[in-house]
Design a protein around this ligand. Sequence first.
Ligand SMILES: *[C@@H]1O[C@H](CO)[C@@H](O)[C@H](O)[C@H]1NC(C)=O
Ligand SMILES: *[C@@H]1O[C@H](CO)[C@@H](O)[C@H](O)[C@H]1NC(C)=O
Ligand SMILES: *[C@@H]1O[C@H](CO)[C@@H](O)[C@H](O)[C@H]1NC(C)=O
Ligand SMILES: *[C@@H]1O[C@H](CO)[C@@H](O)[C@H](O)[C@H]1NC(C)=O
Ligand SMILES: *[C@@H]1O[C@H](CO)[C@@H](O)[C@H](O)[C@H]1NC(C)=O
Ligand SMILES: *[C@@H]1O[C@H](CO)[C@@H](O)[C@H](O)[C@H]1NC(C)=O
Ligand SMILES: *[C@@H]1O[C@H](CO)[C@@H](O)[C@H](O)[C@H]1NC(C)=O
Ligand SMILES: *[C@@H]1O[C@H](CO)[C@@H](O)[C@H](O)[C@H]1NC(C)=O
Ligand SMILES: *[C@@H]1O[C@H](CO)[C@@H](O)[C@H](O)[C@H]1NC(C)=O
Ligand SMILES: *[C@@H]1O[C@H](CO)[C@@H](O)[C@H](O)[C@H]1NC(C)=O
Length: 766
Amino acid sequence: MRYLSGLAWGWLGTVSATSQTISTQGIYDLVKRRIPQHVDSFEFSLVNATPSVVLSASEKPNDQFVVSTSDDGKILVEGNSISALSSGMFIINNYHRLHKYLSDIAHVGIYWYIGNRLDLAPSELPRLNEPLKGSSVVPWRYDLNTVTFSYTASFWDWEEWELQLDWMSLHGVNLPLAWVGFEKTLVEVFQEIGLTDAEIFSFLSSPAFQAWNRFGNIQGSWGGELPYSWIENQFNLQKQIVARMAELGMTPVLPAFTGFVPRAITRVFPNASVVEAPSWGNFPPQYSNDSFLEPLDDHFGPLQNSFISKQKAAYGNVTNIYALDQYNEINPFSGNTTYLTDIAASTINSLKAADPNAIWMMQGWLFYEAESFWTADRIEAYLSGVANSGDMLILDLFSESKPQWQRTDSYHGKPWIWCMVHDYGGNQGIYGQIENITQNSMQALASSPSMVGLGLTMEGQEGNEVVYDLLLHQAWSETPVDTEQYFHNWVTARYAGSGSIPQGLYHGWEILRATAYNNTNLTASICVTRSIFVNEPAISGLLDWTGFDPTIVVYDPADLVQVWKYVFEAAAAQPALWSNPSYQYDLVDITRQVMANGWGTIYADLCDLYAQSNASSAEIYAQGAKMIGLLNSIDTVLSTNRNFQLSRWIDAARAWAQGNESEAAYYEYSARNQITLWGPNGEIDTYAAKDWSGLVSTYYVPKWQIFVEYLASTPTADYNQTELHSQVLAFELKWQTEPLDIESKEQDLQYVVKQVVEAWPDLFSG
Ligand SMILES: *[C@@H]1O[C@H](CO)[C@@H](O)[C@H](O)[C@H]1NC(C)=O
Ligand SMILES: *[C@@H]1O[C@H](CO)[C@@H](O)[C@H](O)[C@H]1NC(C)=O
Ligand SMILES: *[C@@H]1O[C@H](CO)[C@@H](O)[C@H](O)[C@H]1NC(C)=O
Ligand SMILES: *[C@@H]1O[C@H](CO)[C@@H](O)[C@H](O)[C@H]1NC(C)=O
Ligand SMILES: *[C@@H]1O[C@H](CO)[C@@H](O)[C@H](O)[C@H]1NC(C)=O
Ligand SMILES: *[C@@H]1O[C@H](CO)[C@@H](O)[C@H](O)[C@H]1NC(C)=O
Ligand SMILES: *[C@@H]1O[C@H](CO)[C@@H](O)[C@H](O)[C@H]1NC(C)=O
Ligand SMILES: *[C@@H]1O[C@H](CO)[C@@H](O)[C@H](O)[C@H]1NC(C)=O
Ligand SMILES: *[C@@H]1O[C@H](CO)[C@@H](O)[C@H](O)[C@H]1NC(C)=O
Ligand SMILES: *[C@@H]1O[C@H](CO)[C@@H](O)[C@H](O)[C@H]1NC(C)=O
């Protein structure tokens, strides 16, 4: 029986049939990859399919599907796009209560880090007594930030991308950003105009820093030069990524020519209009102040055309949406409104000349980050350079905490997407704003006619997957998702494969929902918190940071201990959980957070002791030893799980060298530098900090040892932060390239947690 065609959904029939042939093969292949035992259990059918390329972002209809059990017992999924089919298989909207077929009826899922768990679906798929209909409330579901490609995916291989792409598809993402391999096209464009390889390669940055080179924030590479093999290999990876995106019915957002060029541009174009961008992030001009070929210049259009045609030749005619950011954290050369309008007009003209259907996608971050430069009239001037609203698409990047769409009058009518950053720099902390993303996003949709999507724009894709899942889920319900029901269902699918799920897991997650995941105090914290010990050692000022890079926890730490108890004791009730990868991951993460919170108290006691002036060095050492001991215990807990190990990040970096030792060392340096000093000399020190085994033991422990030594040998009245800083920095610089002893240990989690609880009873009794 066919349902979709018979339903009187308003827009059906108004969408003209397209000449594009859309194949369902991609979705059948997804089933084959992830639920191989059910290749024959699903049937997918496109009805009134809408093309993935539309002429304006606001022209695209919402996605719709119907799922039913067919006469021959198959799960029949009908929809108007591949994304609708994929979501239909995964998400079901049943009488305004959202349910997911695979996770809520078959109770299985697919997750970051943990990987595919859909293959745990029962051999007999549950039948549906009546058809279930679903409709997205926004046409676009967007994923990834330009910087995610560096913070998280710098060293991803195809296997990791393949998981990510299937995750996206099943979560309804249809507009993913696709930056990998950008340099291949760029280098060819530069070679074509006569720049030498030396001139070109002195501009390019190392693997873990490419995002900011692409943004025009930095240039060049410290610690070596980017090898050409990197560019080739990334390009080959991108061909696979883009092809798969297209197969899964997504519209990839591909890069364009931005205008950031090697300094030597003036050698080949002596009269070109080139301005120096401002310096960025404390970097010296050698690595910053990028040269910007102004879009007003006659050379700009031909370079754009060359870039886009090479890109089309490489990846095919798969998109008309291009990511292009000229002023991300770097202000324009001039604030003159005529100038700003002309820049935007030249930019869109260059895109349109290269692809008549081009849509310019831009991150709206600049309007928040450089709010004082971007006054109302400058924003209006810049945006008005794109006369036809449909030619632009703006990501309201940090909608959950710092939305800009109101103050810009919905970007003056340009289509825009409500996005969540949530995580900065891939920091780790249990955190979420579940009310904001469900309630405020839907209020925005109701009040702004040009809002066309929901999106994820995390800097780093780290933990807290539940809140990302929730936001994408919200894209299928006009009313705010019922988070209690949602968390309950999430837990059921999350821990599938280990028999019945102990009630304690539901209780634990219910507390998380009401506490760590329910921040509403944006004065206290606007994003993921980070552990105090990742910060530079100091005698004061580290506790309760608010706003950005917060160290404050927005819940009562005792509540988290309660969560930990429920989760830990669940495995006593259901020992099979000890070998469940979701359980292992979550228990490590929650234990990590309990210990990190407790560490703050021990550190504060040491500071108090030192402040008393009369403490003996023996007392300082004793309290210091306790503080260091806890760090070592944290390292041991993290070491039980590959996903929390520094060696995972480093091994992935080195693997790209394919055995070439000098390249491996360069990639490793790039990887280590990003998560620590972020620059040759600590230009953005401690920004992308991680709680990873191996990093705690070889990096944080020695730094805090220097701190304890310093306190023990320095009278309180003589404490000098500058002096301490130089000792710590000397160590940090040395660490960047010294060999590390971080073999992965992977001790048994159950054993380790038991030991840790015995060693630190106070931390685990709330
Ligand atoms: C290793 O890589 C370096 C830098 O890219 C290159 O110069 C060198 O030729 C490579 N060595 C081998 C044996 O391929
Ligand atoms: C650059 O401009 C100067 C005068 O402004 C002119 O003489 C020269 O021919 C120009 N060079 C090129 C390459 O256009
Ligand atoms: C770099 O930018 C800064 C402003 O951010 C400016 O003061 C400086 O002169 C620039 N340096 C160069 C070499 O362009
Ligand atoms: C690319 O696709 C678009 C949209 O379907 C179409 O308008 C355009 O003609 C295609 N271009 C090429 C070169 O095939
Ligand atoms: C802005 O630039 C235009 C064109 O270059 C110029 O005519 C105008 O006087 C400038 N406005 C201001 C306020 O400087
Ligand atoms: C989340 O916090 C808000 C504001 O404090 C409160 O009204 C709401 O009930 C909380 N939600 C849950 C699930 O506890
Ligand atoms: C969501 O964020 C917006 C913007 O900062 C704020 O006005 C609103 O109060 C927040 N809502 C909740 C429930 O946190
Ligand atoms: C929000 O957090 C700030 C900073 O910690 C605190 O001063 C304030 O009392 C909190 N507001 C509420 C309503 O809890
Ligand atoms: C050190 O001084 C504090 C008050 O600053 C006092 O409470 C404590 O007893 C003193 N300890 C010793 C060992 O004198
Ligand atoms: C702190 O140490 C720095 C570096 O050793 C020194 O230059 C500075 O004078 C010291 N400050 C004080 C107040 O002693």
